[in-house]
Ligand binder design. Structure first.
Ligand code: MG
Length: 407
């Protein structure tokens, strides 16, 4: 089976834009949230990804699909080509859409390879079609000229006259709502475009096939496969996507101690504190940042600071510890982790840290990519007890919460 896929995204999204004039939540700049730049439905973000990218995703791993042609409004051509490059879609071509959906499909059809006997058409605004449903459709068309993915109609339907008086309640037994994708034999759909004088008004491919007497099958499926028409639809789709996502929350603990000696600068929590002594160490000796680094490594199961940054490596001699935190964060971010909150305790006799706490929260927050209110700094003296109490050492403890989204 050799298939040309056509994605119909040629509409101007008039209903979508009109719906935005209503109650859509707006960002500070006044643009509706989730709708970047010039308002356009197919580039609206759903789960951080353009709608049209979701629509294409369901077809990316089907070997029978030999090529993909996307019909978009002329004004969106460059933007879609840019998107194709960004997502690495090498086999996708774009054509300017027509006045109607059927005209867009007709134009795209002209760009497809005539050697592919099957034409699969999908709406650019249907983000949730699964490869499984597509597979079901492809199997169903074997003894027909076309097949359409559809859902059984459940609501009670009323047929009315011109004055909206009910004539009858429609029998739903044999009613299906046609969705996409729809598959059609190239020969038959081309014939429909030639012979049906109203072909360009057709609202789907199945009706074109029907108009020339082709056999079209309905393929029933249960999955939610909405066509995003209004901004409300987009918000619903966003909630649906989020409901399938799972979040993992983990905590990690870290602890560090440094001897305090004369002739060293005192760095703590990423800032410099004026004092006669400072922590002895291979790096800048920022005890709080070392405890935080170990807590991050603990939450993500990545070992400890000594394994990452050996104190025998000359590269880390006198290095500012913020760089170590940043490196560990970059590595853990690759696995999807981000910091949610950090709580710390600093045990230090002198100097008093009260005047520096605010700056420390700000510096640590900036380093971890969280707001200062997600950073807690608590300072304790040891009431003169032990080496900390005698001013010979500083000890820091940190508890970090980290979050990761799995979808
Ligand atoms: Mg240390």
């Amino acid at each position: 089976m050799r298939i040309s896929l056509i994605v119909a995204a040629g509409g101007n999204g008039v209903r979508f834009r009109r719906s935005l004039e209503g109650s859509a939540p707006r960002s500070k700049r006044g643009a509706p949230r989730g709708v970047p730049g010039p308002l356009s439905k197919i580039f609206s973000l759903l789960g951080g990804k353009p709608l049209v990218a979701h629509a294409l995703a369901g077809f990316r791993r089907i070997p029978a699909i030999r090529e993909t042609v996307v019909a978009v409004p002329h004004s969106h051509l460059a933007r879609l080509q840019g998107l194709a490059r960004r997502f690495g879609w090498k086999d996708i071509r774009c054509v300017p859409g027509g006045r109607t959906r059927a005209e867009s499909v007709w134009r795209a059809l002209g760009e497809t390879d005539p050697k592919n006997p099957w034409i699969l058409v999908h709406d650019g605004a249907r983000p949730f079609v699964s490869p499984k449903s597509v597979g079901k459709l492809l199997r169903a068309v074997r003894n027909a000229e076309g097949a359409v993915l559809a859902r059984k109609v459940f609501p009670t339907l009323k047929e009315v006259d011109a004055s909206r008086r009910v004539k009858r309640t429609v029998d739903r037994t044999f009613l299906y709502e046609a969705q996409t994708p729809q598959i059609a034999s190239r020969k038959w759909i081309a014939r429909a475009y030639r012979e049906n004088p109203r072909a360009l008004e057709a609202t789907d491919e199945a009706s074109l096939l029907e108009s020339v007497g082709a056999r079209v099958k309905v393929v029933e499926h249960e999955a939610w496969n909405p066509k995003i028409t209004t901004f409300e639809d987009l918000r619903l789709a966003e909630a649906y996507l989020a409901s399938g996502r799972r979040e993992i929350l983990r905590t990690g603990f870290g602890r560090d101690a440094h001897r305090l000696v004369r002739g060293r600068r005192f760095y703590l929590g990423g800032i410099r504190i004026p004092f006669s002594k400072g922590p002895l160490g291979h790096s800048d000796g920022d005890t709080l940042l070392h405890a935080v680094t170990d807590a991050i490594l603990g939450a993500t199961g990545k070992g400890d600071i000594g394994e990452w940054f050996s104190d025998r490596n000359p590269r880390y001699q006198n290095v500012r510890s913020g760089k170590l935190v940043a490196k560990v964060l970059r590595e853990t971010a690759r696995d999807g982790w981000r910091v949610e909150h950090v709580d710390t305790v600093i045990s230090l006799e002198r100097p008093k840290l009260g005047p520096y706490k605010k700056a420390m929260r700000k510096a640590l927050g900036a380093l971890l990519g969280v707001a200062p209110d997600a950073v807690s700094i608590k300072a304790k003296t040891m009431e003169g007890l032990g080496p900390i109490g005698k001013g010979e050492a500083v000890v820091c403890e940190a508890l970090v919460a980290m979050r990761k989204v799995v979808s």
